[in-house]
Design a protein around this ligand. Sequence first.
Ligand SMILES: [Zn+2]
Length: 374
Amino acid sequence: MSERDAVELTRALLRFDTINPPGQERACARHAGALLEGWGYRVDFHEYEEGRTSVVARAGGSASKAPLCLTGHVDTVALGVAPWTRDPFSGETDGDRLYGRGSSDMKAGIAAILLAARNLAKKLSGTPGVVLVLTAAEEGGCIGSQHLARTQLLGKAGAMIVGEPTSNYPFVGHKGSLKFHAKFRGVSAHGSMPELGVNAIYKAAKAVSKLEGFDFGTKPHPVMGGPTMNVGTFAAGQGVNMVPDQASIGVDIRTVAGMDHRALLSRLKDLLGKEAELDVFSDMNAVWTEPGNEWVQRVFEISGRHLGARPSAKTATYNTDAGNLLKVYTGAPTVVLGPGEAQLAHQTDEYCSMDRIRQSVAIYEDLIRDWCGV
Ligand SMILES: [Zn+2]
């Protein structure tokens, strides 16, 4: 690999505006897919909506062992309100820093996956091989991977690396998420005669109080800690002189490994009662691989050589596409490991370390070699 490759490729990806919403990942996804095709990969594109493109690429493959999956998302979050001092799309550099929206989260990770894939492309024939999954619409609900998991395109994978920003530290999982809106209906009336109406805000407010005191009744996970709940939105009322006939709350629950979302949801439905109409818009289990898993131990060993110290079992704070991909890659041991800096994700003047990108390419290559025996 030339020293410049990692920087040039990350910069090329940064030039595509994939801010989500609206996303529009097509041009960036097509660019990555064309590179992979040029290196001999079998490439499929999937659009769950016009312009919202994900890429699935494969090399190698054998009957005896499923491929190793490397995955990352192509979209980024918005620039935010605060002005940037660097151009968010041109890939300005300063010392070891490469600036841009999505540099850490996670076009550096996509670039590292692509370069490792390129460097080993010729060696994977007849081996278990790799499957690369580059998703659209990860930000704000992992919608792209949710759609991909319903297609046949993902095939199989025996283990998975998610290239989200971890400064190349291998995390063995992250919390799950269950997000829903609960809608309450009432009957509208004039504010001077509330006895003629039914106030939906009162219903929603009672529900919020119940949720505030909710006891999950689960023991904290030894690494992830306990589950959490946050009522993040409350929308209701059209005027102070009207009895509101509709109210809606938005609830964000973060679960830990071992929790059953269906059982949790049914408890919440019982608690909120028939008046609440629940619309679940995100449902992803926690991701957790036992640190004693044989492959995770290999990941610790290999990444430890590059990082200078053997990692220990930790989990990421954020969600990833793994929650959806594991619906298809059932039971595949999974680590989150990528070159970006987690604390810079979604920040103004986001940057990543160019050394970390190169280190990430080397780690991915070693992990692919280890998996494929090349
Ligand atoms: Zn991300």
